[in-house]
Design a binder for this molecule. Structure first.
Ligand code: DX5
Ligand code: ZN
Length: 215
């Protein structure tokens, strides 16, 4: 079963409630929320207060992608809001195992995201602890960028790594440049959750786009 997580980054920031309603009615499985701090990535979006304000307005689970240098500082806050997946970047965390345990102890699911230049093999020793591996198929920071094709190989590697440790429940998610051309490639490689920002919010029929991305 493929899940589609539209990225709020491509929504109309002046009309988030309405845009979220259209994707919920259009059959989205989760809401992908890109939190950026202007340090880890060269862009700044929003933080926990906005995520909290949105929580009562949809029943979709929240898939929070933290592109910040200090994700550990926000675990409690996002847990209180009621977030499903708390995903941090491998590149900024020296004690990933500790952070994963901290996330899971709150009841949230723990995800690790890898930049295009970060190898999947680094996750070998935490593969059994993870609920989600997020393969970035663009350099994080902006919506609307082109898909970097080595992500296909990395999706396969992530799936193999999880299989090798018997972690059958963890999700392999792909984020960046997902559209009708690239979605089939990553689905075939073993991705089970696809993030799509510009493809969904830029579509004239969002429900149809979500259906087609799911395949
Ligand atoms: C980029 C974000 C993505 C972004 C994807 O840093 O993590 O979630 O919104 O946008 P598209 O689907 O337009 O590439
Ligand atoms: Zn994202």
């Amino acid at each position: 079963m493929i899940q589609i997580a539209p990225s709020m980054l491509s929504a109309d920031f002046s009309n988030l409630r309405e845009d979220i309603r259209t994707i919920e009615e259009g059959g989205a499985d989760l809401l992908h929320i890109d939190v950026m701090d202007g340090h880890f990535v060269p862009n700044l979006t929003f933080g926990a207060p906005i995520v909290k304000a949105l929580r009562p307005h949809t029943t979709l689970p929240f898939d929070v992608h933290l592109m910040v240098t200090n994700p550990a500082d926000y675990v409690e806050e996002y847990a209180k809001i009621g977030v499903e997946y708390f995903t941090f970047h491998w590149e900024v965390v020296p004690h990933a195992h500790r952070l994963i345990q901290a996330i899971k102890s709150t009841g949230m699911k723990a995800g690790v995201s890898l930049n295009p230049s970060t190898p999947v093999s680094l996750l070998e020793d935490i593969a059994s602890d993870l609920d989600l591996i997020l393969i970035m198929s663009v350099n994080p920071g902006f919506g609307g960028q082109s898909f970097i094709s080595n992500a296909v190989k990395k999706v396969q590697q992530a799936r193999q790594l999880l299989d090798a440790v018997g972690n059958t429940t963890a999700v392999v998610e792909v984020d960046g440049g997902i559209n009708l051309e690239t979605a089939p490639l990553v689905r075939k490689a073993g991705a089970t959750m696809l993030v799509a920002g510009s493809a969904v919010f830029g579509a004239s029929d969002r429900a149809d786009m979500i259906r087609q991305l799911r395949g």
